[in-house]
Design a protein around this ligand. Structure first.
Ligand code: PEP
Ligand code: MN
Length: 360
C-alpha cells in the first residue's frame, strides 16, 4: 500500500502519517517527489486495510499496489530519482550522463594511478576497479583487498574522481562503505539477500548490477531489498545476460533500459564491457547504450590490457576511451542531454610517479 500526500501537505502531516503507519507495526518510507511526497508501506505480509489513513490530514489518496515491488516503482515516485554525492557536483539519474571507467581489478599503485589519470583526463566521473574480485576460478587473481581500496582512495585524492568498487560479502562491504563513494553489488550477488539487506543499511549509495539470468522483475525486487532497509539511493546497471549466443561473453539487453524506465524511478546505467566481453564491441554498444536512454556507462579501461590480471580482452585502451567520451557527448546532444562536467580539469591531473607497489 502507498499513501500519496496532497501536494500542499506539510512536513508535520507527513510525519504524522508515518507515525500512524509505524504504530500499526509497519515501516513507513516517505519519498519526496517533485510534486508531492508519497509514503511506501512495508512490513505487511498480506494485504493491508487502509486503517483510517485516508482520513488523515494532508492525505491525497491511499493506493493498493498490485506489483510485488513498491519502493522502486514509479507509482511511488513519478519523477526520476537523482543520486547525489557529498562535496561533488556529480549526479546520477539527472539530465546529464555519468561515466565510470577503470580497470577490472586494481592490480598495483602504478596501474591504478596511471589508469585513473587517463580516464580523468578524458572526462570520466568515477574510477571503477575491483579490490574484491568474484572470480570463476579460485586460482585466478582475487584482488588486493583493503590495499586496493586505499589505492582507489589515493586516486580520488589526486584526480578528483569518485570511486565505485564491489563488495562481495558483509565483511568487504564494511570496508567498501568506508572507502568508496558508491558500493557495487555484482551480478553474481544480485540475489544474495543478506548482502542486499546489509547494503540497504549502508550510508552510501549502491550500484546494483543485473544478475546474469535475472528477469526484469527479479532485478527490481533485488533493488527493493536494498530500499526496504532504508537506503533509497540505488543505481541499476545492465551488464548482459546469458543466452545461447556465443559471439559475445553475454548478451547485452539494451531493451531493459526503457523497460526499467517505464516501471521505476531509479537511474539505470549500462556496462558494455561485461555485456560483450570483447574490446571491439565496447564502443559500438557503449554508443547504443546512450542512444537507448541509459543514464550512464560503466566501462573497463586498461593501459596495458594484454597484461591485465582480469578481463583484459574486454578492456579498452585510454585512447579508445577518449573516442568513446567524445561520441557519448555527441549522441547525448541528440537526446537533449549532456555529459556531467568532468570530475577534474585535465590541467589538475599530475604526473604519476613510477614507484610501483608490489602485487600481493
Ligand atoms: C565488475 O564490474 O567488476 C564485475 C565483476 O561485473 P559483473 O558483476 O557484472 O560481472
Ligand atoms: Mn571485469
Amino acid at each position: 500500500m502507498l499513501v500519496v500526500m496532497q501536494s500542499h501537505a506539510t512536513e508535520e502531516q507527513v510525519r504524522e502519517v508515518c507515525r500512524k503507519i509505524e504504530s500499526l507495526g509497519l515501516r513507513a518510507h516517505p519519498i519526496a517527489g517533485a510534486q508531492r511526497t508519497a509514503i511506501g508501506i512495508t512490513g505487511n505480509e498480506g494485504s493491508l486495510e487502509a486503517g483510517g489513513l485516508e482520513e488523515m490530514a494532508g492525505v491525497g489518496e491511499v493506493i493498493r499496489v498490485s506489483k510485488p515491488y513498491k519502493l522502486v516503482s514509479r507509482d511511488l515516485k513519478p519523477d526520476n530519482s537523482v543520486i547525489r554525492f557529498p562535496n561533488s557536483h556529480v549526479t546520477i539519474g539527472g539530465k546529464d550522463i555519468v561515466v565510470m571507467a577503470g580497470p577490472c581489478s586494481i592490480e598495483s599503485r602504478e596501474q591504478a594511478l596511471t589508469i585513473a589519470q587517463n580516464v580523468a583526463n578524458a572526462g570520466a566521473h568515477f574510477l571503477r576497479g575491483g579490490a574484491y574480485k568474484p572470480r570463476t576460478s579460485p586460482y585466478s587473481f582475487q584482488g588486493l583487498g583493503e590495499e586496493g581500496l586505499k589505492l582507489m582512495a589515493e586516486a580520488r585524492e589526486r584526480f578528483g574522481l569518485l570511486i565505485v568498487t564491489e563488495a562481495v560479502d558483509n565483511e568487504s562491504l564494511d570496508l567498501v562503505e568506508k572507502y568508496a563513494d558508491l558500493i557495487q553489488i555484482g551480478a553474481r550477488n544480485m540475489q544474495n539477500f543478506s548482502l542486499l539487506k546489509r547494503a540497504g543499511r549502508a550510508r552510501k549509495p549502491v550500484l546494483l548490477k543485473r544478475g546474469m539470468s535475472a528477469t526484469l522483475e527479479e532485478f527490481l525486487m533485488a533493488a527493493e531489498y536494498v530500499m526496504s532497509e532504508g537506503n533509497y539511493n540505488v543505481v541499476l546497471c545492465e551488464r548482459g545476460v546469458r543466452t545461447f549466443a556465443d559471439h559475445t561473453r553475454n548478451t547485452l539487453d539494451l531493451s531493459l533500459v526503457p523497460a526499467v524506465q517505464r516501471l521505476s524511478h531509479l537511474p539505470i546505467l549500462v556496462d558494455p564491457s561485461h555485456g560483450t566481453g570483447k574490446r571491439n564491441k565496447v564502443l559500438p554498444m557503449g554508443r547504443a547504450s546512450v542512444a537507448v536512454g541509459a543514464d550512464g556507462l560503466m566501462v573497463e579501461v586498461h593501459h596495458d590490457p594484454d597484461h591485465a590480471l582480469s578481463d583484459g580482452p574486454q578492456s579498452i585502451t585510454p585512447d579508445q576511451f577518449e573516442v568513446l567520451m567524445s561520441e557519448v557527448k555527441q549522441i547525448a546532444a541528440v537526446l537533449h542531454r549532456g555529459v556531467v562536467a568532468p570530475a577534474c580539469e585535465p590541467a589538475a591531473a599530475v604526473h604519476v610517479p613510477s614507484r610501483a607497489v608490489a602485487r600481493s
